[in-house]
Design a binder for this molecule. Structure first.
Ligand code: ADP
Ligand code: MG
Length: 253
């Protein structure tokens, strides 16, 4: 079966010419539906650049990217934005919430872009907020929420439309240890419900919680391995779930 993500010999060069930066220098990577994968590396190693490519936020200088079997390496901005709306939920280090909208309004926003009607989107947003434990905070604006709560709003926003892929760039980078645990548990739950979860981090403790780790250095992959303990747990209890996961379909969370 075609992998969900298939990247081959990807290059990204910023400022081509004398001061060029080879942020990605020949990355090849396959990610299957339902994986929980961490992309880990030091600051400046090219993680965010890779996230921008995988998330269809930017196009590579060279190389190919097939997402769900579709070549997305040469699409227009509009086409890329359609793909993002359909397939990807983003979580960023800085939460990126709109300050003058309350939690519900923030979570509803991407649903508007998807063309969902008002009543349906209000319901989907409320459910997503409830799932991250913020039922009582729906009417609060970001400034009235703690960092951990804001990131939970951002997670709700990322998942409300049930995208198959969750892409998180340093999602716990601005959080204390308690909120970090919350967010990682929510991401694990999303993975268990069948989503493909990709977490980008400089933090080995975060990376250890994923099933698979891809280490990036100076724009290329230096290691790609399974975290055996996490994997062994799954082997034991997911025989019956495997079919769902392999189809990349949402199972209720
Ligand atoms: P990471 O997320 O791992 O810290 P980045 O992908 O942000 O790494 O950056 C990789 C390299 O590309 C770094 O050397 C960075 O300075 C450079 N870089 C990132 N974005 C740009 C840009 N827009 N223009 C020029 N150089 C950039
Ligand atoms: Mg980064």
């Amino acid at each position: 079966m075609e992998p969900l993500i298939r990247v081959h010999d990807l290059h990204k060069i910023y400022n081509p010419g004398e001061n060029e930066v080879r942020a990605l220098d020949g990355v090849s990577l396959e990610i299957q539906r339902g994986e929980f994968i961490a992309i880990v590396g030091h600051s400046g190693s090219g993680k965010s650049t890779l996230m921008n490519m995988l998330g269809c936020l930017d196009v590579p200088t060279a190389g190919s990217y097939f997402l769900d079997g579709q070549d997305v390496s040469h699409l227009s901005d509009n086409q890329l934005s359609d793909i993002r709306n359909q397939k990807i939920g983003f979580i960023f280090q800085g939460f990126n919430l709109i300050p003058n909208l309350d939690a519900l309004g923030n979570v509803e926003l991407p649903l508007i872009y998807r063309g969902m009607g008002r009543r349906q989107r209000r319901k989907a947003a409320a459910e997503a907020l409830e799932r991250v434990g913020l039922k009582k905070r729906m009417r609060h604006k970001p400034g009235e929420l703690s960092g951990g709560q804001q990131q939970r709003v951002a997670v709700a926003r990322a998942v409300a439309a049930q995208p198959p892929i969750i892409l998180a760039d340093e999602p716990t980078g601005n959080l204390d240890s308690h909120s970090t645990l919350d967010i990682m548990n929510i991401l694990k739950g999303l993975h268990q419900s069948g989503r493909t979860v990709i977490v980008i981090t400089h933090d080995d403790d975060i990376a250890r919680q994923a099933d698979r780790v891809v280490r990036i250095m100076d724009g290329h992959i230096e290691a790609d391995y399974l975290n055996r303990e996490n994997h062994a747990d799954k082997e034991r209890n997911t025989e019956s779930e495997r079919e769902d996961i392999s189809h990349g379909i949402k199972k209720e969370q």
